[in-house]
Design a binder for this molecule. Structure first.
Ligand SMILES: CC(C)(COP(=O)(O)OP(=O)(O)OC[C@H]1O[C@@H](n2cnc3c(N)ncnc32)[C@H](O)[C@@H]1OP(=O)(O)O)[C@@H](O)C(=O)NCCC(=O)NCCS
Length: 152
């Protein structure tokens, strides 16, 4: 059965393997994932099926700006096209919304049509295009979504 839950320390090896499969030399090194795990609190969600981690979404909160961030999200190639990317992102958004944030933000490469489609489907809008965001002379789209507008 497919389920979505908070990431645990034991999941990191599988998460790192997916990161490396997807992002290759641009993937977060293991020590960065380990330390992000420690500071992410609840904001790290995995998709699991038959005890196998198939995807993850990692977030963080900038409490001073009341801003939640989606930092990384990925689905194992064997499990794509089943809605996992959208669902794992949605679960992370729910966790972020439960924090005292007014906005959720993320960045994405303009060529990443699949990810952009997911974020648009979930209500995100393109708010900026930043040049050289990762110091690699590539553009990066910033997408944001206002949340918790009913809260004071
Ligand atoms: C982006 C990614 C997570 C999508 O995972 P997934 O589980 O296959 O996505 P979903 O099954 O939820 O599909 C999402 C939508 O994209 C659509 N889609 C699938 N392939 C597509 C493509 N090549 N171009 C455009 N849209 C596409 C699907 O039809 C679906 O749309 P729908 O909900 O309207 O039917 C996955 O491709 C991945 O891990 N990519 C590499 C990592 C990455 O880019 N992460 C985001 C970084 S910001």
């Amino acid at each position: 059965m497919l389920k979505f839950r908070q990431a645990e320390l034991n999941d990191l090896e599988s998460i790192i393997a997916i990161e490396q499969q997807i992002f290759s030399t641009d993937s977060y090194p293991a020590f960065v994932v380990r330390q992000l795990f420690d500071i992410s609190g609840h904001n790290f969600v995995v998709a699991e099926e038959h005890n196998q981690i198939l995807g993850y979404a990692l977030g963080s909160v900038n409490s001073k700006r009341k801003q939640g961030w989606i930092l990384s999200m990925g689905v194992d190639k064997v499990a794509r096209g089943r809605g996992l990317g959208k669902q794992v992102t949605k679960h992370l958004m729910e966790v972020l919304k439960a924090e005292d944030v007014k906005e959720i933000a993320l960045t994405v490469f303009p060529e990443n049509a699949t990810a952009i489609k997911i974020y648009k489907n979930l209500g995100f809008q393109k708010t900026q295009v930043l040049e050289n965001y990762f110091l690699d002379n590539e553009e990066r789209i910033v997408m944001t979504l206002r949340v918790n507008e009913d809260r004071k």
